[in-house]
Design a protein around this ligand. Structure first.
Ligand SMILES: *Cc1c(COP(=O)(O)O)cnc(C)c1O
Length: 397
């Protein structure tokens, strides 16, 4: 077969391999506890579903404007003003088929062959692939656990060349749960403004933070920074709406217009009914969100404690999102019944076979000495899963 060079650039999703194996084991009747999920385990709140029913009943089932319906864009503008102190008008908003789609469009519009994109690791799995598909080169910069997994100004500055076009920031972070403070963002923003580097700020976990930590958008630091930033957000994570596929981007009018042109020739508008439901999610009661975050916080506390009690594991308390990212260097190089634990994926393989627990290897996110646990699963599952892991880990030597 003769496929495009572009096709060969795309790596298969590293998180899918382990989830596929877990699924196959489940299908054989093996009871697997999954910590792989990248989505909340709650149902979409009732008032949001009700709005979708209403839209359907009204026959709101036709093409909408490519970049989204006006009432939703207005609701997004209001939200950005209220939550983030950002002023945009609806022409600076595009609604896409999920935040992932907004990210894709933005990277396609900003980057091309010869450009470099600075991407702090650990990173979310789709960024490197989206960067490569634009023709640009991902410049992966490792952040360290001791620095809270955050990119500092020195490291940022060191990686900048005349080719650097874009920095991708994700706070709260998937997979580490790190949340950048205002001062940390300010230090990066000063450099981005001086060197004229665009920033894509993926704020999809904005609403999921703990310990009174508050999410800050880098775009809110100054009007000039706002102009250089494409803010990406959506309803998937905050409102348990992953399947509805609604995300959005806010930014400079010209960038948004170009993203809209690209979208007009690929997907056209995102689902009409889901747009109505997303408007209700953003404007309606935020009570279910608060309940969800309170539940996540309990699980985080419990999971963090259990992970820190595992021999050879250590885990910093995540400040946002719904993942824990424990350090496993204490078990690497050791053995379980003669089976050597070479790296994070051999550990996830071992845990799947011996503990019947599915977790994601850190290598999927660019750092091999870690595992990612999602706590978007019940307390009962977390407790049972950790009991099983403990049994296995106790036999590692
Ligand atoms: C889940 C996720 C997204 C994608 O969200 P969708 O709106 O469902 O496309 C984007 N960025 C990160 C870091 C995520 O974890």
């Amino acid at each position: 077969m003769s496929l495009s060079g572009r096709a060969s650039l795309i790596s298969p999703s590293p998180t899918l391999a382990i989830t596929a194996k877990a699924k196959a084991m489940k299908a054989q009747g093996i009871d697997i506890i999954g910590f792989g999920a990248g989505e909340p385990d709650f149902d979409t709140p009732e008032h949001i579903k009700e709005e979708a029913r209403k839209a359907l009943q009204e026959g709101f089932t036709k093409y909408t404007p490519v970049s989204g319906i006006e009432p939703l864009k207005k609701a997004i503008c209001k939200k950005l003003k209220k939550d983030n102190g950002l002023n945009y008008d609806p022409a600076q908003i595009i609604v896409s088929c999920g935040a992932k789609h907004s990210l894709y469009n933005a990277i396609q519009i900003i980057c091309e062959e010869g450009d470099e994109v600075i991407l702090p690791s650990p990173y979310w799995v789709s960024y490197p692939e989206q960067i490569k598909l634009s023709g640009a080169r991902p410049v992966i910069v490792e952040t360290r656990e001791a620095e809270g997994f955050k990119l500092g100004p020195e490291k940022f500055l060191k990686e900048i060349t005349s080719q650097t076009k874009l920095l991708i920031l994700n706070s709260p972070n998937n997979p580490t749960g790190a949340v950048y403070s205002r001062d940390e963002l300010l230090a990066l923003a000063e450099i981005a403004m001086e060197k004229k580097i665009y920033v894509i700020s993926d704020e999809i976990y904005e609403k999921i933070t703990y310990d009174k930590v508050k999410h800050i958008s880098i775009a809110s630091l100054s009007p000039r920074m706002q102009d250089l930033t494409v803010v990406v957000n959506g309803v998937s994570k905050a409102y348990s709406m992953t399947g509805w596929r609604i995300g959005y981007a806010a930014g400079n009018k010209e960038i948004i217009a170009a993203m809209s042109r690209l979208q007009s020739h690929s997907t056209s508008n995102p689902d009409s009914i889901a747009q109505r439901a997303a408007g209700e999610a953003i404007e309606g009661t935020q009570e279910p969100l608060k309940e969800m975050v309170a539940e996540f916080e309990k699980r985080r506390d419990y999971l963090g404690e259990r992970l820190n009690n595992l021999k050879g594991f250590s885990c910093q308390q995540p400040q946002g999102a719904f993942y824990a990212f424990p350090n496993i260097s204490g078990v690497l190089g050791k053995f379980f019944r003669g089976r050597k634990i070479e790296d994070s994926s051999s550990l996830t393989g071992l845990l799947l076979d011996e503990a019947r627990v599915a977790v994601i290897p850190g290598s999927a996110f660019g750092q091999d000495n870690y595992l990612r646990f999602s706590y978007a699963t019940s307390m009962e599952n977390i407790s049972k899963g950790l009991d099983r892991i403990e049994d296995v880990v106790n036999k590692i030597n």
